[in-house]
Ligand binder design. Structure first.
Ligand code: 2P0
Length: 322
């Protein structure tokens, strides 16, 4: 056992969305999802098991964390310690190289990097599927960040699986950042609230598998014209279930709608681009390489858009020298 390891994992954005849990205790998802891992949004995490530590320590961008973030990290470490049969506490240091703005999926890359680093630091021999299952138990979207390219997680799936590589279907994603700062409602809480109070939650769970199948087929055949409408529908159907929660979960900012309108106008002029959004006000736009620069400029001019990030498909999570 080396006791120390460091890993890099890339964030991902779902094209077929996950929202809702089939099993809260085990964190199994109620619907299947499919995402694109992103090249330029990364988390780097190091784990050092140290027998002199009385408790786990977790720092994010140099700031020591407590409360729920520390508990979630400790829970994943407990899982690793139980598998390895030891009780040593760890120091975890994590840094995101993208703005940790609301809805930029830092928990996906964060828990994937933590699962990678923690298993290696503990000296566990693991397959990528086992690392993905460990990450999934902490945060379902993190299961997908263990793999690069296009990645699926089945409903009630233990781990994610790769569907296609980024080279198989090369697309660009533009992330229109519409606000900065922590988001209003954490995803886990938002899901539970939607499940408990939204009369449209059952309809979402019923509709999601067919949308996922549509997205998956389009990715497997590299068919952008089929993918686009399906991914927009998946995001908006998910948000419809949130809007019908009581009280409503509204992640839209005025600029969110401006970006969507801009993408629709771009299509109206013959362009090909499609939007999606998560549990935050930013809008992610999938576009072909040739049209990305033009649309990036347009989005950057919109009122309320503070920044536009541009990225292609990212790789599998990997280890680096600690
Ligand atoms: C997704 N999201 O498929 C969906 C779309 C946000 C909206 O997965 O409770 O942080 O930790 O399993 O993975 C965000 O939820 O939630 C998410 P938990 P997670 O990307």
């Amino acid at each position: 056992m080396t006791g120390v390891a460091k890993a890099v994992a890339h964030s991902n954005i779902a094209l077929a969305k996950y929202w809702g849990k089939a099993d809260r205790a085990r964190n199994l998802t109620a619907v299947p999802s499919l995402s694109l891992t992103l090249a330029t949004l990364r988390t780097v995490t190091s784990v050092r098991f140290d027998s002199s530590l009385p408790d786990d320590e977790f720092s994010l961008a140099g700031a020591l964390m407590g409360g729920r973030p520390l508990l979630r990290v400790s829970k994943l470490l407990d899982n690793v310690r139980a598998q390895r049969g030891f009780d040593t506490r760890a120091r975890v240091e994590s840094v995101n190289d993208f703005p940790t703005a609301a809805g930029l999926a830092s928990s996906a890359s964060g828990f994937a990097a933590l699962a990678m680093a923690a298993t290696r630091a503990a000296g566990l021999e693991t397959t990528p599927e086992q690392v993905s299952a460990l990450a999934r138990a902490a945060s379902a979207s993190a299961a997908r960040s263990v793999f690069g390219g296009y990645v699926a997680l089945a409903a009630r799936g233990e781990h994610a699986e790769r569907v296609a590589s980024g080279e198989d279907f090369p697309l660009q994603m533009l992330i229109a950042v519409t606000a900065v700062g922590p988001k209003g409602t954490a995803s886990t809480d938002g899901m539970t609230h939607t499940q408990r109070t939204s009369p449209y939650y059952a309809a979402w769970v019923e509709a999601a598998p067919a949308l996922y199948a549509e997205v998956r087929r389009a990715v497997e055949t590299a068919d952008f014209d089929a993918l686009g409408p399906a991914l927009e529908h998946s995001a908006l159907a998910m948000h419809a279930s949130m809007l019908a929660a009581r009280p409503a979960l509204i992640y839209f900012a005025p600029a969110t709608l401006r970006v969507m309108e801009c993408v629709r106008a771009f299509r109206g002029r013959g362009g090909r681009a499609y939007f999606t959004m998560d549990a935050g006000p930013h809008v992610k736009v999938l576009v072909e390489l040739g049209a990305a620069a033009e649309l990036e400029l347009e989005l950057g001019k919109l009122e309320g858009v503070t920044e536009v990030l541009r990225t292609g498909a990212g790789p599998d999570a990997y280890w680096v020298d600690p």
